[in-house]
Structures are given as structure tokens and as C-alpha cells.
Design a protein around this ligand. Structure first.
Ligand code: GLA
Length: 716
């Protein structure tokens, strides 16, 4: 029989019987209820020359060794035996919007429970669990979180690449006759291993056409592959990459693959983005049950680095409060012995030479200024030069006979050891219980390698599960505290850690020009209110380039805004301008965060993003490169309603300053007038709004609002 789940834009159809893995019939644009096939897979299938009579069609759980030749979803054995799998029974339980399959392989004595849920938001969630029903240990090599079908018109895969300070650079690769494969074995996502991708059909754009997307809710090793099927289509798999021998299931034990979150949209890559944003928004657990307006941060890192002087930090807090900062985050450098990055991780108590009376005086000062106090920690790590390591050298992950490899001079603690988790919980609980800390910036600054537990087994999987458990324990004890996931910038941004955190640090690169691309890549997978963006120093510390405040501020504004610069040292005029931008952010954040988002390109080096809907949107226009044309291109606005008249105005021109560049016209002058520039929606959608001639590295922030039909001047 065929069963189907329908979202708003997408459907999936599965054929299942009482034996064998359920077969994929469709996952793609929405089908009408009456559109399901009357024939079965078997009805349409013939035996091609030189083929098995029983070769398996594409299924939700392709297996190896009994008629399957493609990428298997399950690879497991019992001491070299039972390496081939076939599901001899299959049962289905249906619920509204969900299908639960239970598959048994009675010969190999194992069971797989596979659940699929598809909501009206087109978010497809797939969960897979393997249970060892035999009496001997079952060695697991690979269990895909999901196997998804893609039709022959899928053309290219778009995934995130990068390195430190240059994360989320999206890259397109054509699908061909060979397997597309990305594996991450760094123990965290890393800067180059985000566990997710998009697949675009022929002709798909940012705004139209069929695009599929999937991401894994997991913060460790991962594997994603797209393999060609023999009918011109593809199978897309994602799951946790397992180290040899890492998962050996005892009799009766189960292994849960990380949840896979997928979507299919007929509205291009932006449609996939909006469904991903819905999925991420549903995963966040906000203190008090709902998101408070995202407070403006001041992060001390690039202002003072390790040079913590209590008096100077008080002055920095004063200056921050004066420009409108709402949360003061004391970054690395505050704890015992931490004078540089070569020592002290693990010793989570205030450094007595820098803070003779502890952190309370500074925290109280910050709070008296009306700001929240936040603190940086990196709990998973230990420095060889630390009290903790000297007392417990065996707490670090290591392999006997192998060198202790360091990254940023540090080692990784074995979080799965109860005494390690208890130590960290005790230290963090002590800090949170004794100080008015509203926020933890939880950092993680190295990859895992030689990651062996004390029994010599690989630690990668257990480390991630133990991290989640530690975070859950802390959140349970301190539910009002928000946590940021940071990993040398954006090396741990994913849906797996999201239920425990409320912010991601997107990148250590605060250069606004770099940030345009990094943020657009990250926004493809995560919503703006969860991504931190800071206005850095005029001269970027990571790239050495200098940019005007207006550009730096306009690039950071739509995300969760912060400042990462020594505000004390700003010229008065710059400080006043910064305060105006912060005011503008506070004015706009309710509209920027939690709204639908559109990303687009206008050509000639112009990128734009619109937050809102057809009634009213905030439009950010970034010109990164100087123009190569005499006249700037027109920016088409696919989100507006064709039958309405629109008023375009620059938002708070006073904060933005004059429109950068030259070559203004009457239309552009109108952007700063009360009446605004009036343009019909159909014109904006098809022809576009002619942009002023802006200089390279400049921005415009516009309001695009529909005019009331009875408003004076509305002629539609
Ligand atoms: C990492 C983070 C930075 C900062 C430093 C402190 O690199 O990404 O934001 O916190 O650590 O050591």
C-alpha cells in the first residue's frame, strides 16, 4: 500500500508491505490527495539485462548484501558474521502527520524503528533507532539518519565550506555519475563541516524552482553523501560518522542516529531557508518560554583580549552602557592563571591577581549600569599547564602510546567520565549560583584527535552526548541563563546543540565585508536572531581592512547585534553614531527577528536581504564591490504584492548618515522625504527599484511598506 504525508508545499509518498524496507515513491513538490499512483513499484518494474531478478528498488533503508548494491543505510556485523541484512517484517503505525515503521531482520536479530513527521511548515523530521535483539554484541559501522530520494532533475548540491574566520562559504557542485561525499571527523562540526546541504533542481533560483534541503541535528562527526540511482535519480544520506569500533551494541542495547531535518520548497533556496528557520525556531528553548528582545552585547575580547584590568573594564562597561549596550560579556582572560592562551583552561575560578575580590564587584557594577552580565567559559578543555591537569592528567582524552596532540595548546576532557562532568558542573554551578550571571559564552576551540577514552575506545560519539547532558543539567539548574555556542567562531552551529543554547557565534571575523558572505551562508541554515554579529573596530583585527561605521553597523544590524571594540577609545562623533545605530537596532529588532527572510542579488556586486512580508519589510542593501557599471542595477523585490502601491523610505536617515556615493536623483532624494518614493508592487517585482550609485563597502537600510488604499497619494 502507499501512504503519504503532505505539507503546504511538499509531499512524500511511501510504499510499504509486511516485508522488506518501505520504498520511496516521492519526496518533492506537493501532490494533490488524488495524485497518488494506483500502481505499485513492482507493477512498473522490469528486469533489465544482466541484472538480478530481485534487485532492490530505492528504499528508506537500503541494506547491503541481500540484493542491494547502492549506498547502504545500515552496516553492521556480529564479530564478522551477519554482515548482510534483509528486513523480513515491516509494520506501520500512522498518526496525524507522522509515520512510524518497525522493521525486523530476524536472521541478524536486529530491529530498526524509523519515524517520519511532516508538518504544515514543510519541515520533515526523520528519526532512526537500531536495536540489537540478538544475544551477542552487534558492531555498528554506519546507520544513516535518513535516506532521501531526489529525482533526475536534481542538478547541483550546495554546501558550506570554509576555515576559521571564513565560515559558511556556500559552494555549488554539479551532481554527476559519481558519489558526492562530505565527511567530518573533527569531533565538532568545524569551520568546514557543517552537517547540511541544499540540492537544486534544474533552473532553481533563490526565489523559485524546486530546492531540497537537509541538515543533521548533531554537533560531532558526520557523513553526507548523494549517490546516483540507476534510474537517473539520486539517494541522499546523512548520518553520524562512526570511528572503528566506536559503537558496539550489547544485547538489547539501542543506538539513536541524530535526527535529520529536511524540507522541499517550490520557492527556491529562500523557501528552504524559511523552513529551516521554522525548524530552528521550534528547537530553541527560551528562558521563560518565549524570546525576549535580543539584547545588544558588548564583548570584551577584541577590546582587551587577555589584558583584564578591573578599573579599565569598569570604564569599558560605563562606555558600553552609555551607547545603549544591554549585556556585557566578559570574555576569555578572567580565570585563575589565564594570562594568554597557553595555560589555565580547567581552573574556573577568578584570577586573584586580576580580580582580588572576585568577579562580583565588576558584575555588580555592570548590573548597576542596567546591563546583564555574561561570562566566557570553555568547559570541555584543559590546558596541560593548569591545576586541573596537574591533579588529573588522566581526565584528558588520549591514546596510550600516541603523542598528546594539542590545539591552541589545549587538550579535551573526557566528558563521558562522570567525575569530569561532575567537576565541570560543580564549577559552573558555583559560578552561576554565586554571581549574577545571565549569560554564558560557551566556547570550544579545538578539534578532537587521539580521542580515546580510558578503556581505549573512541570517544567522539559519547563526547557529544555527554556535552548535551552537561548542558541539559546546567539549564535545568539555571533555566534563566542563556548560553551561546561558540567554537573558534562558527565551528559548532547546528540543530543538535540548539535545544541547549540561544545564540551562535557566527565567526571570529568582524570585518563587515567578509561578514556579508559568511552571514548569508549561515542564514541559509539558521535564523537571524540566533546568529551573533558584532560591530568591530574600524580596522578589522582578523583581516586588517578598514570600513566605515555605517557599513559595519548595517551589516551587523539584522542579526543578534553586539559591539566588539573598545568603546572608550572612540572619537565622540563615532560614539554618538554608534549609539544611533544601536537605537535603530532596538527600534527594528522586533521586525528583523522571527520574520520571514528573503536573500537576493541585484547584480553588479549588490546583495540584499529583506525581513518582513508583503505588507512591510526592512530591506538591507549591501554594495560590497565598487560598481562596474555607469548606472546601478534595479533591485527586484519578489516578496511584494503586485496589486499594491509601495512607499520606500530610508530608515532613520540620521543614523545611517548621507547616502554613500554620488549620482543621486530625485527618486533617491525622495527616500529621505516624508512622502517617500512611491512605486507600484508589480513594477518592484518585475522591473525593480533603480538603486543610487553607492560606493563599495556601503549599505542602505530601507523600509518597504504597502500604502493604505485610502491614504492620500495612493492611486491604486
Ligand atoms: C575563540 C572565540 C573568540 C574568543 C576567543 C577567546 O576564538 O571564537 O570569540 O572568545 O576564543 O579565547
Amino acid at each position: 500500500m502507499s501512504v503519504a504525508l503532505h505539507g503546504t508545499q511538499s509531499s512524500l509518498v511511501i510504499e510499504c508491505g509486511s516485508e522488506g524496507a518501505p520504498l520511496w515513491r516521492w519526496w518533492g513538490p506537493r501532490l494533490p490527495e488524488s495524485g497518488l499512483p494506483l500502481h505499485t513499484v513492482g507493477d512498473a518494474r522490469y528486469v533489465p539485462p544482466s541484472s538480478l531478478e530481485q534487485e532492490l528498488p530505492a528504499s528508506l533503508l537500503p541494506s547491503f548484501g541481500v540484493g542491494g548494491f547502492g549506498q547502504a543505510a545500515l552496516l553492521a556485523h556480529r564479530d564478522g558474521q551477519q554482515f548482510a541484512h534483509h528486513f523480513d517484517s515491516c509494520s506501520l503505525r500512522q498518526q496525524a502527520g507522522a509515520l512510524h515503521f518497525r522493521l525486523h531482520d530476524s536472521v541478524a536479530a536486529l530491529r530498526v524503528d524509523l519515524s517520519l513527521g511532516l508538518g504544515a511548515d514543510d519541515v520533515l523530521r526523520i528519526n532512526t533507532r537500531l536495536v540489537n535483539e540478538g544475544s551477542s554484541p552487534l558492531s555498528l559501522q554506519w546507520l544513516a539518519s535518513a535516506t532521501l530520494p531526489l529525482p533526475a532533475r536534481a542538478r547541483c548540491v550546495r554546501s558550506a565550506h570554509g576555515q576559521w574566520s571564513n565560515e559558511f562559504r556556500l559552494h555549488d557542485e554539479a551532481l554527476g555519475p559519481s558519489t558526492w561525499l562530505r565527511e567530518n571527523q573533527r569531533g565538532r562540526n568545524g569551520h568546514d563541516g557543517f552537517p547540511g546541504a541544499l540540492v537544486l533542481a534544474e533552473g532553481a533560483t533563490a526565489h523559485s524552482g524546486t530546492v531540497w534541503g537537509a541538515q543533521l541535528a548533531w554537533s560531532g562527526n558526520s557523513r553526507q553523501c548523494i549517490t546516483p540511482r540507476e534510474d537517473g535519480g539520486w539517494l541522499w544520506q546523512m548520518g553520524e560518522w562512526l570511528a572503528p569500533g566506536e559503537v558496539i551494541l550489547a544485547a538489547g542495547a539501542a543506538f539513536d542516529a541524530p535526527e535529520l531535518v529536511a524540507t522541499c520548497s517550490s520557492q527556491g533556496s529562500n523557501g528552504v531557508m524559511r523552513a529551516f528557520h521554522a525548524a530552528a525556531r521550534a528547537a530553541v528553548v527560551w528562558p521563560g518560554g518565549r524570546m525576549a528582545p535580543r539584547p545588544v552585547h558588548l564583548n570584551t575580547w577584541e577590546a582587551v583580549y587577555f589584558d583584564h584590568d578591573e578599573a579599565a573594564l569598569r570604564e569599558l562597561a560605563d562606555a558600553a552602557a552609555a551607547v545603549g549596550v544591554e549585556r556585557f560579556v566578559l570574555d576569555d582572560g578572567w580565570f585563575h592563571g589565564r594570562r594568554d592562551d597557553a595555560r589555565a583552561l580547567g581552573d574556573w575560578w577568578p584570577d586573584a591577581s586580576k580580580y582580588p575580590h572576585g568577579l562580583a564587584p565588576l558584575a555588580d557594577h555592570v548590573r548597576a549600569l542596567g546591563m546583564q552580565f555574561g561570562l566566557w567559559v570553555e568547559p570541555e578543555m584543559v590546558s596541560p599547564d593548569s591545576e586541573l591537569y596537574r591533579a588529573h592528567p588522566d581526565w584528558a582524552l588520549q591514546l596510550p602510546g600516541r603523542p598528546l596532540l594539542t590545539g591552541r595548546h589545549q587538550l579535551v576532557l573526557d566528558l563521558a567520565r562522570p567525575e569530569v562532568a561532575d567537576y565541570l558542573f560543580g564549577r559552573l554551578d558555583g559560578l552561576l549560583g554565586s554571581l549574577p550571571i545571565a549569560y554564558l559564552k560557551w566556547d570550544m576551540n579545538r578539534d578532537l584527535t587521539t580521542a580515546g577514552r580510558h578503556d581505549g575506545r573512541a570517544a567522539y560519539h559519547g563526547q557529544v552526548r555527554a556535552l548535551y547532558a552537561l548542558l541539559a543539567r546546567l539549564r535545568e539548574r539555571h533555566p534563566a541563563v542563556e548560553i551561546e555556542s561558540c567554537a573558534s567562531g562558527g565551528a559548532r552551529i547546528d540543530l543538535g546543540i540548539l535545544p541547549f543554547v540561544q545564540r551562535f557565534w557566527t565567526s571570529d571575523n568582524n570585518d563587515a565585508r567578509s561578514r556579508v558572505a559568511i552571514q548569508r551562508g549561515a542564514l541559509q541554515f539558521m535564523p537571524p536572531e540566533l546568529l551573533g554579529a558584532h560591530i568591530g573596530a574600524e580596522r578589522s583585527h582578523t583581516t586588517g581592512r578598514s570600513q566605515a561605521l555605517a557599513f559595519r553597523a548595517a551589516v551587523a544590524l539584522p542579526l543578534h547585534l553586539g559591539v566588539e571594540a573598545d568603546v572608550r577609545k572612540l572619537a565622540d562623533a563615532d560614539r554618538a553614531a554608534l549609539a544611533r545605530w544601536i537605537t535603530l537596532y532596538k527600534h527594528l529588532r522586533g521586525r528583523l527577528h522571527c520574520a520571514p527572510l528573503w536573500l537576493g542579488e541585484a547584480g553588479d556586486g549588490v546583495h540584499w536581504q529583506a525581513h518582513g512580508d508583503a505588507a512591510s519589510a526592512v530591506l538591507f542593501i549591501y554594495r560590497v564591490e565598487p560598481t562596474a557599471q555607469r548606472f546601478s542595477p534595479a533591485l527586484t523585490m519578489p516578496w511584494v504584492a503586485p496589486a499594491r502601491l509601495y512607499r520606500l523610505r530610508r530608515l532613520c536617515g540620521a543614523a545611517q548618515g548621507p547616502i554613500p556615493g554620488w549620482g543621486r536623483s530625485a527618486l533617491h532624494d525622495a527616500l529621505d522625504s516624508e512622502a517617500g518614493a512611491l512605486v507600484p508592487g508589480a513594477w518592484l517585482r518585475e522591473v525593480g527599484f533603480e538603486l543610487p550609485r553607492m560606493t563599495g563597502e556601503s549599505a542602505l537600510v530601507l523600509e518597504v511598506g504597502v500604502m493604505d488604499r485610502d491614504e492620500p497619494g495612493c492611486k491604486l
